[in-house]
Design a protein around this ligand. Sequence first.
Ligand SMILES: NC(=O)C1=CN([C@@H]2O[C@H](COP(=O)(O)OP(=O)(O)OC[C@H]3O[C@@H](n4cnc5c(N)ncnc54)[C@H](OP(=O)(O)O)[C@@H]3O)[C@@H](O)[C@H]2O)C=CC1
Ligand SMILES: N[C@@H](CCC(=O)N[C@@H](CSC=O)C(=O)NCC(=O)O)C(=O)O
Ligand SMILES: [Zn+2]
Ligand SMILES: [Zn+2]
Length: 375
Amino acid sequence: MSFETAGKPITCKAAVAWEAGKDLSVEDVEVGVPRAGEVRIQIHYTGVCHTDAYMLSGKDPEGAFPVIAGHEGAGIVESVGEGVESVKCKECKFCKSGKTNLCGKIRATQGKGVMPDGTSRFKAKGKDLLHFMGTSTFSQYTVVAEISCVKVTDKAPMDRTCLLGCGITTGYGAAVISAGNGGIEEGSTVAVFGAGCVGLSVIQGAVKNKASKIIVVDVNDSKKEWATKFGATDFVNPAKDLKKDETIQARLVEMTDGGLDYTFDCTGNVHVMRSALEACHKGWGESIIIGVAAAGQEISTRPFQLVTGRRWKGCAFGGVKGRTQMGGLVDDYMTGKLKVDEFITHRQNLGGINQAFHDMHDGDCIRCVVDMQKV
Ligand SMILES: NC(=O)C1=CN([C@@H]2O[C@H](COP(=O)(O)OP(=O)(O)OC[C@H]3O[C@@H](n4cnc5c(N)ncnc54)[C@H](OP(=O)(O)O)[C@@H]3O)[C@@H](O)[C@H]2O)C=CC1
Ligand SMILES: N[C@@H](CCC(=O)N[C@@H](CSC=O)C(=O)NCC(=O)O)C(=O)O
Ligand SMILES: [Zn+2]
Ligand SMILES: [Zn+2]
């Protein structure tokens, strides 16, 4: 390994969450040497996703502190532990099935915020810090399991490709992989609830698969322009555009002669999830849940909605198999087939990461990219 830091702990800056609901604190953090099957990465850029905010707020049942959050990252491998060969997981039931992108190999320890051997690689102020989602990209260096990272072409700009680490891939994959039997069919009618990064990415996938109608539902009027720019054909603001006692599902059913072929929840609101299901066409309409809802929240509908042929499902990371399909998405971006630059509305340095979270709640923020090497 050519890096002189290999084999030694590295002290660098990271944004630490000491407790739920508090601003992050940029601290000196010691990042341990990667052990067997692990990779230490110098993070160059990270996006900030709503799922980071959700965990940091304390609403994630798996959230634990102190922690280094962040999961939309791009960087350069600094050193690797023993036995790292960059092979995909072939061992677990999930990966062997080929039916899902969820991998069970390290999920249990990942959910507890530790590496597969049960320990942490981060220390600050004499305390161990937890990892998040197996990535912790809010640190200038991080250690991940080999199967949690993917090598992509070094020609791709990392301040763009970091965003393929979650939001864009999630929405796009939901439309082209998870919906139906391998993606939305040509000519389908689609409704997207919530036009943030994830919803706009669903639109991008629906356009790619030649949907005939793409209706966007968002409570924020400024999202109409965004939705149209990405290829939506219609926009409804349920907070303003409905008649007295009219529901959004009734409006959508009326607009589509009986309901939609596909609907997507990209809000994380369980009431919206119900509307999205009930806006589906009787007999075959399918609703895909993407949004993450807080602990304790549950979805409900009349079972009759399902008895009469509507289908409810969900997906993580759009159903995209990161280790085998991410390279193709990066190539699509490089050849102009996949929009990424268009999502970047804000930029910050590591020192401005709290501002990135504040900006995220503004209607005009789609994604903020954080330069991790500049404090
Ligand atoms: N399953 C997975 O793998 C992943 C899930 N997620 C989740 O997906 C969700 C969307 O993420 P992201 O696109 O970044 O989020 P954003 O907050 O950027 O987008 C959500 C949009 O929905 C709008 N909205 C809020 N309430 C309603 C409503 N009642 N009806 C219609 N629109 C509404 C919001 O408006 P306003 O801004 O005015 O509130 C906003 O425009 C989040 O829950 C996130 O955690 C993200 C990545 C991966
Ligand atoms: N830990 C939470 C659920 C959080 C969640 O749903 N995460 C999604 C990704 S959201 C990304 O921005 C996910 O991939 N889930 C699959 C998984 O195995 O974690 C809870 O317990 O509710
Ligand atoms: Zn696996
Ligand atoms: Zn995310």
